[in-house]
Design a protein. Structure first.
Length: 177
């Protein structure tokens, strides 16, 4: 009986559900780190480098506002693919999908470009400046920037898998216009 219920739920899930849920987890984890820093935590703060690390440690109001703004945007961006990939008539489905596509493009391109450049710096094909924070550059190349890339690819997968033929949900099409 329980096995059948699990199968029914799996069959009822929209095709883009698993990558949308994975994007939700990846995005909320990223937002959680920003919230931790916003609350004054310093673990891994020095791995981002520059004014953010220094301002975060000093508790500067402008930096803290930027950290909380980033945390809020990340949390919203984490939820967006789940809403956009939902099956059935969802209010504002079309605008949600448009925003999710913008998110997918921004996260993927940002992550791809910065990861590529970061890895080129790590291999020595691009020289870092004399005053560069080499520890922060390494963390960006191997963690922070690939994290954005992974998140963007998951959002893209959710949107591609969640495509539906035009007219499949006329009420959603009418609501999204």
């Amino acid at each position: 009986m329980e096995l059948r219920l699990a199968q029914d739920r799996a069959e009822a899930a929209p095709p883009g559900a698993w990558p949308a849920r994975a994007a939700l987890v990846v995005g909320l984890a990223y937002a959680g780190i920003s919230m931790y820093w916003g609350l004054g935590g310093t673990w891994l703060l020095d791995t981002v480098g520059g004014p953010l690390a220094a301002g975060g440690r000093a508790g500067r109001a402008g930096v803290m506002a930027a950290v909380w703004g980033a945390a809020g945007l990340k949390a919203i961006a984490a939820v967006l693919p789940v809403l956009a990939a939902a099956s059935g008539p969802v209010p504002w489905q079309r605008p949600l999908r448009v925003l999710a596509w913008a998110e997918a493009i921004i996260l993927t391109l940002y992550g791809l470009v910065l990861t590529t450049v970061g890895l080129l710096v790590q291999t020595g094909l691009i020289r870092a400046g004399a005053d560069a924070d080499h520890r922060a550059l390494a963390w960006h190349a191997y963690l922070w920037d690939p994290w954005f890339l992974l998140w963007g690819l998951l959002v893209t997968a959710a949107l591609l898998r969640g495509r539906r033929p035009h007219g499949a949900f006329p009420a959603a099409d009418a609501a999204g216009r």
